[in-house]
Design a binder for this molecule. Structure first.
Ligand SMILES: [Zn+2]
Length: 622
């Protein structure tokens, strides 16, 4: 294999900032506060997750054959991402203690696994080990203790070496180290293996990564070749959305250490095909279970009673898209992250702290009640939230947890990472909430952007610059694709700007001001070409927000004949919604009958998790 000669940063169009020094006041603050209070501060929960590796009971062979060993690493990854942003010292200490705790759970063989040696390399074992490695790696990015980092690397090498000694080309086939998804879940260990190579420079990790790549991720075909040949993910032989994206996250890391163009093409094709064929109005994939299933045309299906739109898929997509944004510099990825964040993601927050009571829990009366911070599945057509706990598993102390609850924090962690990106000769601004961003100019002098706005509820965004000294550079502002008629005012002039990046090159001075006008209007969106029930449903959006019918104010099963102009715009007005305390924005829309109806932001809809707040994003028009 040819080793790359191009430095990693030159393979990226944009680069993330190492030191995050920024703060946002509105939805991101609410999200982060909620995650900290309801999850990251929970010392007992961290301990419960580590206990899984002490008892190693996950491969016992009954239904209890589990993925519990993913919980710790998933939550540590998201917790580290959030803490990198907040700098919360108390949480940092909790994370550090938990890292020390899990290092002490390494067994005599150098494994941190939920499975005993005789049951290992089956079911979700490698998947769980992947998350242990990733959790440790993400913690290292915020760690202040070099000695601890050395211990972490030594442990990770022992963990990886144990695996590499037993799995490989002339050993156990990694794709057979699972009974699910043709080994796709196991192959996703690629990402931490590549990262371990980067940390250590040890070529055996590179060779093991090469081996995983050579498998093509599944037994019956080669997913990298299929993506390279521009096959849509729903036409792959295995279609599990979250596990597949996890494998491609690893492929992206492998591209960065090899620079092989073929992988870049495969990654870009894969990302574009998700957007074009697997993306719903709320910014998630999967209308059949947790699968890529041509979501774009299935999102308006009726009569399917199963789970749809998994939160693990939403968050993994946001992470993957943030990496494709860095790679390509294409603003569409940032638009899609925004769409996922404001709709599917924030909608999944269990803000009313409902104790879930699904079938599984009823069958297990000895299980403790638990408030999970995130819901697992999000409705598109009329249904309720809180329908099932994704990845439900009972812990050693008889409480329970789920996969989506563990992954949630990483979603909030993506936003500060992409809010400001660096590019050659300038900076790129992707996120518009009220707050401030500290950075540096291309010449290295201090730069602060103060942002004043009510976004996402209003499209006027005012920036003021604090600069150490005047300097010529570019500031790129993301102009979202939902926006028509945007303009930007700076240096006393106003100019129209199209969707994409508006690239303002100027000599910037201290106290310069820039105003973006991103007009927001309620707009009717029809299902895409080829969608089932295409003529039955419409959705309504306002800027990046999807609006919903929530039974507390509007029957989500009713036909709503909303009056629209020829371009689909609705003459809506913002009104109060005293019935729903958690509402962020409520519109009164005119109906053809002469009456009106109220629609609220999707993220606030359905929060009682029962029929009282049944909701729909796709609303019947006939
Ligand atoms: Zn999940």
């Amino acid at each position: 294999m040819v080793k790359k000669v191009v430095p990693e940063k030159d393979l990226k169009t944009f680069t993330k900032t190492n030191e995050l020094n920024l703060f946002f006041e509105n939805t991101l603050k609410d999200a982060v506060d909620f995650i900290e209070r309801n999850q990251l501060y929970d010392v007992a929960l961290w301990k419960n997750f580590v206990d899984i590796f002490r008892v190693q009971d996950d491969g016992r062979g009954d239904w209890y054959v589990t993925w519990r060993s993913e919980f710790w690493g998933k939550m540590m990854r998201g917790g580290s991402m959030v803490t990198r942003y907040t700098g919360n010292e108390e949480i940092y200490e909790i994370l550090e203690n938990s890292v020390r705790d899990i290092l002490s759970a390494e067994d005599e063989f150098g494994r941190i696994s939920g499975y005993r040696p005789r049951e290992q390399f089956n079911f979700w074992d490698l998947w769980g080990r992947k998350y242990v490695l990733l959790g440790l790696m993400y913690f290292m990015e915020i760690s202040k203790d070099d000695e601890l980092n050395e211990q972490i690397i030594a442990s990770m090498c022992r963990q990886a070496d144990y695996i590499i000694a037993r799995i490989g080309a002339d050993k156990l086939d990694i794709r057979r180290c699972a009974k699910h998804w043709e080994g796709l879940n196991s192959c996703s260990i690629l990402e931490p293996i590549v990262r371990l190579y980067r940390l250590t420079g040890n070529k055996k990790y590179f060779e093991f990564a090469e081996y995983i790549i050579s498998t093509g991720f599944i037994l019956s075909d080669n997913l990298i070749e299929l993506a390279y040949n521009n096959v849509s993910p729903h036409d792959f032989p295995v279609v599990k959305a979250y596990e597949m994206m996890s494998c491609f996250e690893g492929l992206l890391q492998f591209y960065y250490i090899t620079g092989i163009d073929k992988y870049k093409t495969a990654l870009i094709n894969f990302g574009k095909n998700i957007i074009n064929t697997e993306f719903s109005i709320i910014g998630c994939s999967g209308c059949t279970h947790e699968l890529f299933d041509h979501t774009a045309i299935k999102q308006t299906q009726i009569g399917y009673r199963g789970i749809v739109q998994e939160t693990c898929v939403t968050v993994t997509w946001m992470k993957f898209a943030s990496q494709l944004l860095e790679l390509t510099g294409v603003s569409d990825y940032a638009d899609r992250i925004e769409q996922s964040f404001y709709n599917a993601y924030l909608g999944a927050f269990n803000t009313n702290r409902i104790i879930h009571n699904d079938k599984q829990k009823k069958a297990d009366l000895n299980t403790f009640s638990t408030v999970l911070p995130f819901d697992s599945y999000s409705p598109l057509v009329a249904s309720t939230r809180g329908r099932a706990t994704g990845g439900y598993n009972v812990l050693e102390n008889n409480s329970y947890y789920g996969c989506c609850a563990c992954i949630g924090s990483a979603g909030a962690g993506v936003i500060p990472e992409i809010a400001l990106l660096n590019k050659k000769n300038g900076i790129v601004i992707n996120y518009y909430e009220k707050g401030h961003i500290n950075s540096v100019t291309p010449n290295g002098s201090a730069l602060k952007l103060n942002i004043d706005t009510a976004y996402p509820y209003n499209g006027t965004v005012k920036f003021s610059l604090e600069l150490e000294q005047s300097e010529e550079f570019e500031i790129c502002f993301r102009i979202p694709s939902w926006c028509d008629g945007a303009n930007v005012t700076y240096k006393g002039q106003t100019q129209a700007v199209d969707a994409g990046y508006a690239n303002l090159k100027a000599i910037w001075n201290n106290a310069d001001e820039i105003t973006l006008e991103l007009p927001m209007k309620v707009k009717r969106i029809l299902p895409p070409e080829g969608a089932v029930n295409r003529d039955v449903f419409a959705a309504y959006t306002y800027g990046p927000l999807v609006l919903a019918a929530d039974k507390r104010v509007t029957d989500p099963d009713a036909v709503l004949e909303v009056v629209c102009d020829d371009n689909g715009f609705v003459d809506a007005k913002v009104v109060d919604c005293p019935e729903i305390k958690e509402v962020h924005i409520c519109f009164e829309v005119p109906l053809k009958s002469g009456k009106t109806a109220r629609l609220i932001d999707y993220a606030s809809a359905g929060k009682t998790w029962d029929d009282a707040s049944r909701l729909a994003a796709w609303i019947r028009i006939k």
